[in-house]
Design a protein around this ligand. Structure first.
Ligand code: ARG
Length: 302
């Protein structure tokens, strides 16, 4: 079977007829996560629909306890933990996924692709992530024109264990970034157009668990994208609106074996357990007020 070229693929018809993610070269799972403690976490404006009416409602003590329990769950799952120092005035810095995409390029070099944040108030979060990456042996590689928005691991998601990236776009990321990302890393990107402002990052509606299995809230992705997802994954766990709005698809899988998920996603958790995964439930209630949960409160590194 042939490997895909490092291009953006947006239609099933453009994929080779024998395409399967399992024919892409294998790749190590991420070994750890970058986190940022919620010292200055707050809701001060409305960047996504979940934040409406939430200004001034954050309980920082509760947020700290939830975040520590989540960090503990990541450690139990076997992930190495790195913490960035929080910056005053950066109220969304706990959402580490958004400020960069961490990768291994085709020559095996650890590569960090910086984000270009949609909201000016989040732009100061990028430098500390890049500083950590550079000091940890990552080369820094920009993808695409400086004017094109890109929100890192919130929209660009690795296919677990394979050299293949899923690229969501439409709200926070410009699709014109993805051909450049594919070229910079030597990895094909499959584009997924997001259709509903509630699901404004790909990590709110699409969560690969292992190389054959994905959690999906289908109404959030345009039809041509759904064709690609259903073509690529043998097992699609469809998540209904109730659980998707509670961020069931913002779960995080480690090593294709352990899933950390918000406790509101009871049905999804039960389904994952019946499929043989270890599931650790956590409470991210304070962070849901800002439109984020488990997946986006970390950036996975190699
Ligand atoms: N309040 C943050 C924002 O709107 C939440 C980001 C959540 N990140 C994610 N990848 N889903 O930017």
């Amino acid at each position: 079977m042939s490997h895909l070229k490092p291009l953006l693929y947006e239609r099933v018809a453009n994929l080779p007829s024998d395409f399967s993610p399992l024919s892409q070269p294998a790749m190590d799972y991420a070994r750890g996560v970058v986190l940022c403690p919620p010292d200055y976490f707050d809701v001060v404006d409305v960047k996504n629909p979940f934040m409406a009416g939430m200004a001034g409602t954050i309980d920082r003590g509760a947020a700290r306890r939830e975040w520590e329990a989540m960090r503990e769950a990541f450690a139990r799952a076997g992930a190495e933990i790195v913490e960035l120092a929080p910056l005053p005035g950066c109220e969304d810095m706990v959402f580490c996924a958004n400020t960069a995409f961490l990768a291994v390029d085709e020559r095996g070099a650890k590569t960090c692709v910086p984000s270009r944040m949609t909201f000016a108030s989040r732009r100061a979060e990028v430098a500390p992530m890049l500083a950590w990456a550079a000091s940890s042996g990552y080369r820094i590689a920009e993808a695409g024109e400086a004017s094109l928005r890109f929100e890192g691991s919130g929209d660009a998601i690795w296919h677990p264990g394979r050299r293949l990236i899923w690229g969501g776009y439409g709200w926070r990321t410009d699709p014109r970034v993805y051909p450049a990302l594919a070229e910079a890393l030597g990895v094909p990107v499959i584009g997924l157009p997001l259709t509903n402002s509630t699901y404004y990052h790909l990590d709110t509606c699409f969560c690969p668990i292992d190389e054959r299995t994905v959690l999906l809230h289908a109404p959030a992705i345009a039809a041509e994208g759904l064709d690609l997802v259903r073509r690529a994954f043998e097992r699609v766990v469809d998540v209904d609106s109730d659980e998707a709005e509670g961020f069931a698809c913002n779960a995080t899988a480690f090593f294709g074996r352990v899933v950390v998920i918000d406790r509101r996603a009871a049905q999804t958790a039960a389904r994952l357990r019946s499929m043989g995964y270890e599931v650790i439930e956590v409470d991210t209630g304070e962070f849901l007020k800002s439109g984020g949960s488990v997946y986006c409160m970390k950036n996975a590194f190699f």
